[in-house]
Design a binder for this molecule. Sequence first.
Ligand code: PHE
Length: 338
Amino acid sequence: MEKIRKQLIEELKQAKSSQDIENIRIKYLGRKGVITLLAKETDFSKLSPEEKKSFGSRLNDLKNFAAEQLALAAESAKSSDIPKKIRELDLTMPGGNHRLGALHPITTVQLELQQIFQGMGFMVLQGPDVESEFYNFEAVNIPGDHPARDMQDTFWLENGMLLKTHTSAAQVRTLERFGAPVRAIFPGRCFRYESIDPSHENTFYQCEGLLVDENISVANLIAVMKTLLSEVFRREAKIRLRPGFFPFVEPGFELDLNCLICNGKGCPTCGDGWIELIPCGLVHPRVLEFGKIDPNKYSGFAFGLGLTRLAMMKYGVRDIRLFNSGDVRFYEQFAASL
Ligand code: PHE
């Protein structure tokens, strides 16, 4: 053992690089290393108890010693491995330019919404993108012959599932899972089989909201929408509420926002000066029933905020296609908002 120890020290002295040291480590401590074999090949049964004890402890010392010396040598080899060029780095030189990354504008708006709603006691949930016909349509009271079910609108998968066409698909999932009372938002991606133009995408984001409790009325819905809009825009945003039809709400509304790109004058993004931003309404009793909630005891409201549209309004983005374009020149403009 003493011989091995001396030899190891000698070899470490000669080592010039991390690779040399690694080779030495393998030679001594590797699976077939000198020290490893010494432990393996010693026939302990031939030793007396005292001999066993002292041999064992010396062997251990040697192993620890070797490991320690190797680690020290490896540490100091690291610095001598650094190429000369880097060692001569002049720390007084001015730094280079580093490009800042940025959150995707939709992510930024989503995080902001989450914060606002968490402040009002809402959970943040997420439904699956690949959804069943049941949750996407039937459970939200969209019967088989409803136009929203047309092949034109939905991406069907070969196995009979579909890509969720709206975040409302998670409404009944949420009711089943949490029962009532419940308040949750579920931001997510939606897919529709549509041709794209400056204001239509086949892949876009919505943020669904669902609140179910006793005695919930349209007044509660409007109060929450008002809080939401004033927090998001931090300035007065003109809105209008008009009746809207969705099979899963009754009554249903369209909450339109006066276009912030053209100030309501009318432009290619909004058309007539108004943007349909938040379709909403009181949850249809049938939806509650699908979620095993008693509609005689509970009522609620739901909304399906257009997250992508909201991002367009907030940042003055005129063309929805930019969001999924992958064009860094677009994304870079949001770096300052970090
Ligand atoms: N899911 C509807 C859509 O995508 C929007 C909506 C959600 C309407 C919730 C009312 C209530 O068009």
